[in-house]
Design a protein around this ligand. Structure first.
Ligand code: DQA
Length: 142
């Protein structure tokens, strides 16, 4: 079974981007760690990043068409703005788990709303890169 791991805007800059908030791991580090975890769980992962909202919508549709077991979605800032992502999650049959490195609810007020969270079945927040592995365990248990 395959789990899609979809990452949104600015996550390509992890490692140098506000490391006090997001940590020193790059997205490639997180991908390598998750590949290892996936192998041990007997899962395949399809790991992607885009800075474009509509591409995330397309990839959610693609996960559904591919019969993915689950999607781990860190939609980054689009989490807090995107009704299109909310609608896409509602439109597909694949369960979506919301992931964030930081915990947005402890940060600025504009990060407190999560459109993704209105349709996601579960969430992992505030655990940094290792949170992706926790989310993959949740996906494996579905
Ligand atoms: C984030 C949290 C969002 O509020 C922010 O816009 C991001 C990253 C996180 O992983 O902590 O870009 O999704």
């Amino acid at each position: 079974a395959t789990v899609f791991v979809l990452n949104g805007p600015n996550l390509n800059l992890l490692g140098t981007r506000e490391p006090d908030i997001y940590g020193a791991n790059t997205l490639a580090d997180i991908e390598a760690m998750l590949e290892d975890k996936a192998k041990r769980l007997g899962l395949a992962i399809d790991f992607r990043q885009t800075n474009h909202e509509g591409v995330l919508v397309d990839w959610l549709h693609e996960a559904d068409a591919a019969g993915a077991k689950a999607v781990l979605l860190n939609a980054a800032a689009y989490t807090h703005t995107s009704i299109a992502l909310l609608d896409a999650i509602k439109a597909i049959g694949v369960p979506v788990i919301e992931v964030h490195l930081s915990d947005p609810v402890t940060r600025e007020e504009f990060r407190h709303t999560s459109y993704v969270g209105m349709a996601a079945i579960d969430e992992v927040k505030g655990m940094g890169g290792p949170g992706y592995a926790v989310a993959l365990e949740k996906a494996a248990a579905l």
